[in-house]
Design a protein around this ligand. Structure first.
Ligand code: ASP
Ligand code: MG
Length: 451
């Protein structure tokens, strides 16, 4: 069994859903279970209806409901207009948006929305997309069967960010999904949505469909999870910065997690942890180019010295020099308490016996932080700094990679360096203006030498 998840752009319209059907059809021998997002942009628009209505703008909210209704009806017409199921689908769409219009009226009367009602509103997107995809797949010869994800994705009642109940999901998967697969059917479920044990609709939080796919995959002990999206996979660098960036064929889970902290937007590894930790590999594929080889994320992919180069601009470097740290204990704690007090998270840290350097993404409270740190020693602030990171599980096996990184940078000055405790991330703080050239040089040094 495999889980195939199609994100919003991969079910954006009739053409995309048609491609998804082709992809699934070619995999029927692997017993696919399909998980889908709402049509792209729909979740934002649904939540906007609720927000507008609660803010008293009922007319605009209702106009948005009708736009959404028209979009779903048009896609249904294009997908299954000539099928016997079309009328049923139209009825489902009408029920969904009539209900939304009533909810909007209620929100505008009340003047507020609760997290519980936001989940009821947002869920309409995945409920309808999954029904539409199931019908469209059947019409294209895939033996699809819609399963209401809320009967399987059992969660707590932390609305808008509900936590899954893994045991209940495993039991419900055995009851509602496995038997269909055993009969040769292709279950189709909405991602992102769930329900409490009392049958109240919940959601897993924005972008939660990947998480749904991983949770269903783990519950079903799937062989693999495929995340079908609009990029070819994870790349060795951001291609807007490094045009020579290339596809990563396999990456370790911990490497992918490091890259996510630098804003790699393909998918957030924490969302796939439930599957990867059970040894289920997760693949990222491009639904516009299904012939691509994608990226495989696995717990124990081979160790490479360097898997990717990442960068981040606009960071602030704060340095504290003091002789009081010499042989003192509790000093670091006092210093970090300053950042805690000002609710500022620190990113990269380096310390020596007489100094501490930290980088901050958010300098909003910098003046107060500097004032409080001055109690402990001389503080200097370097604005306009940036970060480049070299990520690879085998980075610190020997010194060649670290030496190679510094050599590639040439004359670019390094203001601070930090090797992560796990030895998979070597981070260098440089001038902000040098981030792009540094990424290009590092990429050339590690990936383009024998290209
Ligand atoms: N449709 C939901 C969202 O936009 C969930 C997802 O697509 O992952 O947040
Ligand atoms: Mg997503």
């Amino acid at each position: 069994m495999i889980v195939c998840k199609f994100g919003g752009t991969s079910v954006a319209d009739a053409g995309a859903i048609d491609r998804a059907a082709g992809i699934v059809k070619a995999k029927l021998d692997r017993d696919p279970v399909v998980v889908v997002s709402a049509l792209s942009g729909v979740t934002n628009e649904l939540l906007e209806v609720a927000r507008r209505a609660a803010a008293g703008d009922l007319l605009l909210a209702v106009t948005n409901v009708e736009t959404l209704r028209a979009r779903h009806l048009a896609e249904a017409q294009a997908l299954i207009g000539d099928s016997a199921e079309y009328d049923d689908m139209v009825a489902e769409i009408s029920v969904g948006f009539d209900e939304l219009a009533h909810l909007a009226e209620a929100f505008s009367t009340l003047g507020f929305v609760t997290p519980r009602s936001l989940d009821a509103v947002a869920a309409i997107g995945e409920v309808l997309s999954s029904q539409m995809v199931a019908a469209a797949f059947r019409h294209r010869g895939v033996p699809a069967e819609w399963v209401d994800a809320r009967t399987v994705m059992i969660t707590d009642d932390h609305f808008t960010r509900a936590a899954p109940n893994v045991n209940a999901i495993a039991a419900a998967s055995r009851e509602h999904i496995r038997p269909l697969v055993a009969q040769g059917k292709v279950p189709v479920l909405g991602g992102f949505i769930g329900s409490t044990t009392g049958n109240v609709t919940t959601t897993l939080g924005r972008g939660g469909s990947d998480y749904s796919a991983a949770l269903f995959g783990a519950a079903l002990e799937a062989e693999a999870i495929e995340i079908w999206t609009d990029v070819d996979g994870m790349l060795t660098a951001d291609p807007r910065v490094v045009p020579m960036a290339r596809l990563i064929d396999r990456i370790r889970f911990d490497e992918a997690a490091e890259l996510a902290s630098f804003g790699a937007k393909v998918l957030h590894p924490s969302t796939i942890a439930p599957a990867v930790q059970r040894g289920i590999p997760v693949f990222i594929f491009n639904s516009r180019r299904p012939e691509g080889t994608g990226t495989m994320i696995a717990f124990d992919a081979p160790r490479h010295p360097v898997r990717a180069i990442a960068g981040k601009r606009n960071t602030t470097l704060v340095k504290l020099r003091t002789t009081r740290m010499l042989l003192a204990h509790g000093f670091l704690r006092s210093v970090f308490e300053v950042f805690e007090r000002h609710r500022t998270s620190v990113d990269v840290v380096a310390t020596s016996e007489v100094s501490i350097s930290v980088t901050l993404d958010d300098p909003a409270r910098l003046d107060d932080i500097v004032a409080d740190l001055s109690v402990y020693g001389d503080v200097s602030v370097e604005r306009s700094r940036g970060i480049v990171a070299i990520v690879g599980a085998g980075l610190a096996d020997g010194t060649a990679t670290l030496a190679g990184a510094l050599a590639s940078l040439g004359a670019i000055s390094v203001h601070m360096a930090s090797l992560s405790a796990t030895g998979i991330n070597f981070t260098l703080v440089i001038d902000d203006a040098q981030v792009i050239p540094a990424m290009q040089r590092l990429h050339a040094g590690f990936f383009e030498a024998n290209a």
